[in-house]
Ligand binder design. Structure first.
Ligand SMILES: C[S@@+](CC[C@H](N)C(=O)[O-])C[C@H]1O[C@@H](n2cnc3c(N)ncnc32)[C@H](O)[C@@H]1O
Length: 320
């Protein structure tokens, strides 16, 4: 027995056994590791597909989006967003004109309104079809010289090298980009200084709960939406990222953006009974929505959340 152990150790059986165990361990570990990596890459591939499906929709379905903006619901979102923004616009400067950036400008509806106030607006979108709409809108409103179209992706970190902008709009785009926090960080880097204002609008998770319950009468969906991170995009049939007050606040803070005001956009208008005509009663509904959206208890359950924020980080010399 003693001789057998001596032979095993000294003739190299144990060392070979150890090597074999290590080899098997390495192979198994490699497989597991590869499994995890490919799972991760499949997930990210899936997310990218979802995002690119949305991007494709905004290209091929730009006219559908333009038509939606003509409906009372679409008009209300635009009109309320602009009314909320107007309150915080920087005062016109005596020595230079104000510059705005509209990220994911869509049809350029708000860019045109800013241009009419004398503001120079860069409109950025990754859909050439949307940019065509924006260019046409600028020409029809005779403000083309104030609007500069730029084709590109909003999440590119250093889209603008200096800090040229007094106003940045980020309306209804964070729901569709792969990395919304990166878009906000990029926007913050492009804001002139603490006098500049960022207006961001996102789809509110709480609003999706009410929509499912009141509009669709779908109690299961309402319950599910209490924690849902994605909602249904009714226009194009895809998915849309949902935000909570906390998730938006955290992203803004991470980008060194301090919230100046919070508003709700469309609190009750999506659930009015058919006898109330949204078109005929548009002005009254608009006024009511404006009041509701300013009160935190109603803003909390609106379809969209609008935050007005200022850059609160350091501005390095010569960057303006
Ligand atoms: C729902 S629309 C909002 C348009 C406009 N901001 C509004 O409030 O009406 C979203 C817009 O963002 C654009 N978009 C989506 N992802 C983008 C990205 N990664 N970079 C630039 N634009 C993007 C789409 O092409 C589309 O025009």
């Amino acid at each position: 027995m003693g001789q057998a152990i001596y032979n095993n150790v000294h003739l190299g059986v144990y060392p070979r056994l150890c090597t074999l165990i290590l080899l098997i361990y390495a192979l198994v570990y490699q497989r597991l590791d590869r499994g995890a990596t490919s799972r991760e890459s499949r997930l990210s591939e899936c997310r990218m597909k979802k995002i690119s499906a949305n991007t494709d929709s905004f290209q091929s379905g730009a006219d559908k989006y333009a038509a939606y903006l003509e409906t009372p619901e679409g008009r209300l979102r635009l009109d309320l967003a602009f009314a909320n923004l107007e309150e915080f616009l920087p005062l016109p400067q005596a020595t230079r004109s104000l510059h705005a950036l509209d990220l994911g400008c869509g049809t350029g509806a708000l860019a045109v309104r800013l241009a009419r106030l004398g503001i120079h607006v860069t409109v950025l979108d990754n859909s050439p079809a949307m940019l065509d709409f924006a260019k046409r809108a600028a020409q029809e409103a005779r403000v083309a010289e104030k609007i500069e179209p730029k084709h590109g992706a909003a999440q590119l970190a250093n889209l603008f090298h200096a800090r040229p902008f007094d106003v940045i709009l980020c309306h209804d785009i964070l729901e569709y980009v792969d990395d919304p926090a990166a878009v906000l960080r990029g926007a913050a880097r492009a804001m002139r200084d603490s006098s500049a204002i960022l207006s961001v609008i996102v789809r509110n998770q709480a609003g999706e709960v009410l929509k499912a319950a009141i509009q669709a009468g779908d109690l299961a969906a309402a319950e599910q939406n209490l924690t849902a991170q994605w909602g249904h995009e009714s226009l194009y049939g895809g998915k849309v990222r949902l935000f909570t007050a906390e998730s938006l606040q955290a992203m803004l803070m991470e980008a060194l953006l301090a919230v100046t005001a919070k508003r709700g956009v469309r609190v009750v208008s999506d659930y009015l009974p058919p006898r109330v005509s949204l078109s005929a009663e548009y002005d009254r509904i608009f006024e009511l929505e404006l009041k509701l959206g300013r009160r935190p208890e109603f803003a909390a359950v609106a379809r969209y959340t609008q935050c007005l924020a200022r850059y609160a980080g350091p501005v390095t010399e010569g960057s303006a």
